[in-house]
Design a protein around this ligand. Structure first.
Ligand code: 6R9
Length: 585
């Protein structure tokens, strides 16, 4: 990788510090001491399974609270600001997830089965995921904006045998292409069910209030999240039950969650943040969570903080920047004083966005760096630890992240390299579903897990994320693989070849830009650009559709046929294209 060739990162001598009062009342009070003395074995002891040997996430996240003083504590506050406004205690969740599990059991679902969950952000999404855990089966969450191709790839690869969805979304599930998928469980269906369809409401209405969890081992599957790399279709990162101790401890120390918090994680469980920190972390800790349905809307977001008196808010830089562009008059209308801590994830948090959130809330968002594959936070800024504005943070206790060269040797401070993690943290993915070679690629640098990001460490041991070392795109915090978009583009009849890159964008971090060579007989036009973008929206997902398209004669490729995205990026910036000696011709 070119970036590791002794390029120095910028000096951090003059960066702005975010200083912390010595007496700060945080769950993690002294990072350095905790880092030195930390043992995951101590965390294990906080879980019932460490005494009983009986493992199941749903027991630790729901049932044990329902059997404690938290029984009538609200686990989930939900509103869509339209039709539904509800709350569920831990006891309610115990009953509802038992009923959901009975419903799924009646469809034949058993331990180890992969179950598609293709729902909008409604309470049933959370209940069903936990209901699947109760049976020891493995949820495969699908983001509600996915269209047919994206749904087919994920349900097909995981060989899900049941999918829970709604009448509105089910048309995007191509049953004829999915031989393993035998049954659909529909939430909100009125009548006219096909023979392979069942109604969630009718099955749960007659189901008993309790179903004992299927007892598992810590090595059994927890969840599969599909995510994108530079090449190939999206791949399924399978996590194990043991990950829960990582979710729990990071939610306690990085998110600083406590029993009296009202916590709002804005991520959808279709993405890893929405499960690790929308379900597993907060609920193993017994914390009350807020979920809002519907689309992003600045007024509603501030209103949510005021309405529920949110104390801890976990969101993403793009969301902060979108709130910023809505202006200061909007937050001025709401009381945001309940907030006591804010964290950020998914992309680097630029200092302007950090300062703006601080201006309107009095709090600087604290970065958390991690990935679908890491399952939990790895590098964070902690409430009690001074940090430098713009930096990613320090390794979570019990983990070790570093910056290395191609051979795996740690590089001196200030030098750019591969951002890597020492394997062995609790939430590390267990495998890439049905794809051992892909899994092995993460361990190509001996002794390390390779993130694909580039970074440097400074003299104080803080890590500074510098970018991706590969072609993965992060747009509005969502991870998109160029290959998936290119495959969708070339399915359009006018497109001969397509190459896709992430183009820097002030609000979304990156936007998707496509270079397209047209088939003979098709003329470039603005209408055609729109038609092609709509085609991707319709088949893959709106967030994966190119926002910019350039028509070109030819896509630059290597002799072996690989698209040279480096050249596309340079073309986009109007920069010299560099070494093209390996290009065709
Ligand atoms: C949780 C999540 C992972 C990629 C990761 C990196 C980027 C995540 C970041 C960050 C800068 C942060 N990323 N957190 N970049 N600062 N605090 O986002 O998972 O969707 O798999 O993406 O996101 O590039 O490699 P995922």
């Amino acid at each position: 990788m070119a970036q590791t060739e002794s390029v120095s990162g910028p000096s951090t001598d003059h960066v702005e510090w975010e200083r912390k009062p010595k007496s700060i009342d945080a769950n993690l009070r002294d990072y350095e001491t905790a880092y030195k003395n930390f043992s995951w074995k101590d965390v294990e002891r906080e879980f019932d399974w460490s005494h009983t040997g009986k493992v199941n996430l749903v027991h630790e996240a729901v049932d044990r609270h329902a059997a404690s003083w938290r029984k009538n504590k609200v686990a989930l506050y939900y509103t869509d600001y339209d039709k539904r406004d509800e709350k569920f205690t831990f006891q309610d969740l115990k009953i509802q997830t038992s009923r959901a599990a009975h419903a799924l059991k009646s469809l034949g679902v058993k331990k180890g089965d992969r179950i598609g969950v293709f729902l909008p952000r409604i309470p049933e999404l959370y209940i069903v995921i936990l209901g699947i855990h109760r049976l020891g089966a493995i949820p495969v969450p699908l983001f509600e904006a996915f269209m047919q191709q994206a749904v087919q790839d994920r349900l097909g690869n995981s060989e899900a045998n049941v999918c829970i969805t709604t009448p509105a979304l089910k048309s995007r599930i191509p049953l004829a292409e999915l031989p393993a998928l035998k049954k659909l469980l529909l939430v909100g269906a009125s009548d006219g069910l096909a023979p392979n369809e069942s109604s969630y409401e009718s099955l749960t209405a007659k189901a008993p209030d309790w179903l004992e969890p299927e007892w598992l081992t810590v090595d059994d599957g927890l969840v599969i999240h599909y995510t994108s790399g530079s090449t190939g279709k999206s791949k399924g990162a399978l996590h194990r039950q043991y990950a829960m101790i990582g979710h729990y401890q990071t939610a306690k120390w990085a998110l600083d969650l406590r029993d009296d918090d009202i916590y709002w994680c804005t991520a959808d469980p279709g993405w890893v943040t929405g499960t690790s920190y929308g379900i597993y972390g907060p609920w193993t800790l017994g914390v009350s969570s807020v979920v809002i349905g519907g689309r992003f809307d600045p007024e509603r977001w501030y209103q949510t903080i005021q309405r529920y008196q949110v104390t801890m808010w976990y969101s993403a830089p793009t969301a902060f920047r979108m709130l910023m562009s809505a202006g200061e008059a909007v937050p001025a209308k709401y009381n945001l004083k309940s907030l006591r801590h804010i964290c950020s994830v998914g992309e680097p948090l630029n200092p302007e966005a950090l300062r703006w959130v601080k201006k309107i809330t009095g709090l600087a968002p604290h970065e958390t760096w991690w990935m679908t594959e890491t399952g939990m936070h790895i590098i964070c800024n902690y409430r009690s630890l001074d940090f430098k504005v713009g930096c990613t943070g320090k390794s979570f206790p019990g983990t070790y992240a570093s910056v290395v060269d191609d051979a795996g040797k740690e590089v001196p401070p200030g030098q750019l390299g591969h951002l890597v993690v020492k394997p062995g943290w609790p939430a590390m993915m267990k495998e890439i579903w049905n794809n051992k070679p892909k899994f092995d690629e993460y361990f190509r640098i001996p002794g390390w897990y390779s993130s694909g990001d580039t970074a440097y460490k400074d003299a104080d041991g803080y890590i500074w994320y510098q970018g991706r070392g590969d072609d993965v795109i992060k747009t509005a915090g969502e991870r998109v693989g160029p290959f998936e978009v290119e495959s969708a583009l070339v399915a359009h009849p006018a497109v001969a070849e397509a190459g896709v890159i992430g183009k820097p964008d002030a609000v979304r971090g990156q936007i998707i830009k496509a270079f397209i060579a047209l088939r003979k007989g098709h003329q470039p036009s603005d209408e055609l650009k729109k038609e092609i973008a709509d085609f991707v929206k319709k088949h893959l997902a709106a967030h994966a559709a190119p926002r910019e398209i350039d028509f070109v004669e030819k896509i630059p490729k290597t002799r072996s046929g690989k698209i040279m995205r480096r050249v596309l990026r340079a073309m986009d910036l109007g920069e010299p294209v560099g070494d093209v000696s390996t290009m065709e011709e």
